[in-house]
Design a protein around this ligand. Sequence first.
Ligand code: ADP
Ligand code: TRP
Length: 328
Amino acid sequence: MRILSGIQPSGELHIGNYLGAIKNWIKLQNEKNECWFFVADYHSLTENYNPKEKSKEILNLATDLLALGLDPKKSTIFQQSQIESHANLAWIFNTLVRMSELERMTQYKDKASIQKENVNIGLFGYPILMAADILIYKADAVPVGEDQIQHLELTRDIAHRFNEKFGQTFPEPKSLLTETPRIMSLLDPTKKMSKSGGEKSYIALTDFPEIIQEKIKSAVSDTGGGKDKRGGENLLEIFNAFAETKNGQSEYSNYKRYHEEGTLKYAEFKPALAELISNYFADYRAKRAELLENPDFVKNVLTEGNKKTSAIAEATLQEVKQKLGLII
Ligand code: ADP
Ligand code: TRP
């Protein structure tokens, strides 16, 4: 299968990003698929940002992806803005999508309500650039978290529409979800964990063990006198996702049973959960520290990835231009 996915360089990665998407990227890569992963820096311009920080954010994200286990020998890792044909194809797709389709997009509505003073056209057209990112490589499958499913549906609609109008060109790519496609905020279990929820609402992958302990300690568990169990369930789901050993799995089964019976002792469970997460990311923290000493290596990975990618993307763009009658 040809796998493709991207992630925006806008702030630090959290365990929602990892459990919903990146963990799957690494698994798919190691299962010998043809994998393409990229830093979606053009998408990140649709949010408020500081141009002095952007290049650092791009490099930091690439560093994180490598430290988590993406391997440039197995996957092509590149930078979206350096492959000019993505935005070109997005322009063509702009003419195939109605405004009403974009107005329905949940992520657009959410983000527009957060950045009321900056509801820019890029934010509105975000899913179209995303469709171009995917279709330009004729990807078969896209590993993402649940919040991106609506964008993938639009991508399939665009592919279908294009094929009907101009002849078979694009496969209709499917989304690939993990077992934890939607991790909830530590402070509000009705909202998805997200950078925009504030520092205490998520665990960043770079958080030190003491910080993880503090954040888990203040995480909302069961509320309403134990009637609303969603906070506790979210914490249990996180435990389950990180408990990979047999021992960890049996601990999880016990905690889960106590939770169902209403006898779970959070004073025991929470520190155990925090320790589990800290240990899980110990290797990542060490690898990341090493890579930060060697930014040229990381830059080089992206440059090589860009080189490999541009010719393929350009070929699809030419094929599309040909089908539209633009080549004279
Ligand atoms: P954020 O909402 O924190 O800005 P992004 O939009 O950058 O996160 O998401 C990057 C990737 O991580 C996407 O594939 C997205 O679906 C996934 N993802 C984000 N938040 C979560 C979450 N809470 N649970 C599972 N997956 C998530
Ligand atoms: N929209 C994705 C997110 O918020 C990032 C993204 C951009 C993406 N282009 C993509 C994901 C193409 C998968 C495929 O995380």
